[in-house]
Design a protein around this ligand. Structure first.
Ligand code: ACO
Length: 429
């Protein structure tokens, strides 16, 4: 059979694709992101999470761009890995501490499992100026190897509103709740939330840019629900003392029913908190509620007469990695007086580990490196998990993962590091 003639397509000009280096031949170089590379980088991040790129979603992040904090591996003219961090401040008992809010961590599929995340983590943790890095993990098994521990846990609450009558003794106060527009809400909620920052550890300070991000609400993020709506509670004298951000969504599982989805809710008094919940649960046409991120000690269960009607799921929330032990432990106060030596075994960043004398109490603390015999040894990951009382040191002791050299130390640390109210983080990134 005669060989076929090649088909000539000379009437259509064919553009030649740029040469593409196959992944196994790629030479990789860790680089920081220059300002004119930001959008390109964002597109790679978005693809790393299997999403489509929409520039409007990145506006707040872009405004928070700090040269040097956005970086990744490049080959040729393309990013194949990404990571970045924002400077944030987090409430801790007795004060605030600087944290690096880590996010946008991706490795392109063709380059996974060859140590690039590990190299990025090492670069990031050794270059940030904050004593603590913090993140939300897409998969809870990823970050422990780098010394991250579960800083906070949270509850997912849901249920049918008509089954959630309050106990008769619940005090709803003499004030009232009203729905307001975004502009009104923002002028009230910004100072109100700032006044509540110190009442619970784990909260992050928000600047104007962060608030812009909180209120960014493209329709594609709503999954069929309404835009954000906003409610304020006004005390008897008319002062706003509580707030709630929520959406409503048609709930196909209930005929003619809708669900109220509560994003944030907080108040300066128990009466305002209860009144806000009552208002949300009593909305006409609403038959179900959902709150995806509630503190582990949220009082809603105590307000209702039939708490079993609240479906409650416990999940890991924020993770933390302590890179500067004296600065992190010295930034907070402790519930009881302490003077002990903690040994931190840090396999990933050995220079961050060592023995530390912690002298502290309700009024503050001081931490110094020491070579004294430790009272207790734990890993960097466990230190992060006990830092705000999220996991009791005694739980690690019972798991056989923490060594008490002085009997009773795990119990003492559990009491001293514990927090009431429990640590809770509202800002997801
Ligand atoms: C804060 C945030 O942004 S969270 C977002 C994290 N990113 C994502 O989930 C996006 C999709 N996933 C990815 O991009 C990548 O799979 C990453 C970033 C999670 C991992 O990147 P990699 O470059 O493959 O990680 P790396 O090769 O450094 O892995 C180091 C170790 O962790 C393990 N590991 C890393 N990720 C995973 C995972 N998702 N599941 C199981 N094991 C994992 C590796 O097997 C390896 O183990 P080993 O040391 O025993 O060999």
């Amino acid at each position: 059979m005669a060989a076929r003639e090649p088909i000539m397509i000379d009437s259509f000009p064919m553009s030649t694709p740029a040469p593409h280096t196959p992944p196994h031949q790629a030479e990789l170089d860790l680089q920081t992101v220059a300002e004119d590379q930001i959008e390109d980088f964002e597109r790679v991040v978005t693809r790393g999470f299997h999403s489509d790129f929409h520039g409007d979603e990145w506006v707040p992040e872009r405004k928070s761009y700090v040269p040097g904090r956005w970086f990744g591996f490049r080959t040729g003219d393309r990013w194949v890995t990404t990571a970045l961090s924002f400077p944030r401040r987090m409430s801790v008992p007795g004060g605030m501490v600087d944290v690096a809010g880590v996010t946008a961590v991706t490795v392109a599929p063709a380059f996974r499992r060859r140590g690039l995340l590990t190299a990025m983590m090492r670069h990031q943790l050794t270059t940030i100026s904050e004593p603590i890095a913090m993140l939300y993990a897409t998969e809870s098994l990823i970050y422990g190897r780098f010394g991250y521990g579960s800083l906070t846990r949270h509850l997912r609450l849901s249920g049918k509103t008509r089954e959630l009558g309050f106990l008769p003794e619940v005090d709803l106060g003499q004030g009232s709740v009203d729905e307001v527009d975004l502009d009104h809400y923002r002028t009230v909620v910004v100072p109100l939330r700032a006044s509540l920052l110190g009442t619970r550890p784990g909260h992050l300070e928000r600047d104007d840019v962060w608030w812009d991000g909180v209120f960014t609400d493209p329709e594609r993020w709503r999954d069929g629900a309404s835009a954000w709506r906003f409610a304020l509670h006004f005390a008897a004298d008319g002062t706003p003392d509580g707030y709630a951000t929520f959406r409503t969504k048609r709930d196909s599982s209930i005929a003619d029913g809708r669900e109220v989805q509560v994003s944030e809710i907080d108040a300066t008094t128990p009466q305002a908190y209860a009144a806000l919940w009552r208002w949300l649960l009593d909305l006409d046409l609403i038959r179900a509620f959902r709150r995806g991120n509630a503190p582990v000690d949220d009082p809603l269960h105590e307000l209702v007469a039939n708490p079993r009607m609240i479906k409650t799921e416990l999940s890991d929330a924020a993770y933390a990695r302590i890179v500067d032990v004296p600065a992190a432990l010295g930034a907070r106060s402790y519930t009881v007086d302490l003077d002990l030596v903690i040994e931190v075994v840090d396999d990933f960043l050995p220079k961050s580990g060592g023995r530390f004398r912690l002298q502290g109490g309700p009024d503050g603390s001081g931490v110094t490196r020491t070579d004294h015999t430790p009272d207790l040894s734990l890993s960097a990951r466990q230190l992060a998990a006990i830092y705000l009382g999220g996991t009791p040191a005694t739980t690690f002791a019972r798991a056989g993962l923490l060594t008490e050299h002085t009997p009773g130390m795990a119990g003492l640390i559990t009491s001293a590091f514990g927090s009431d109210p429990a640590a809770f983080t509202t800002d997801f990134f």
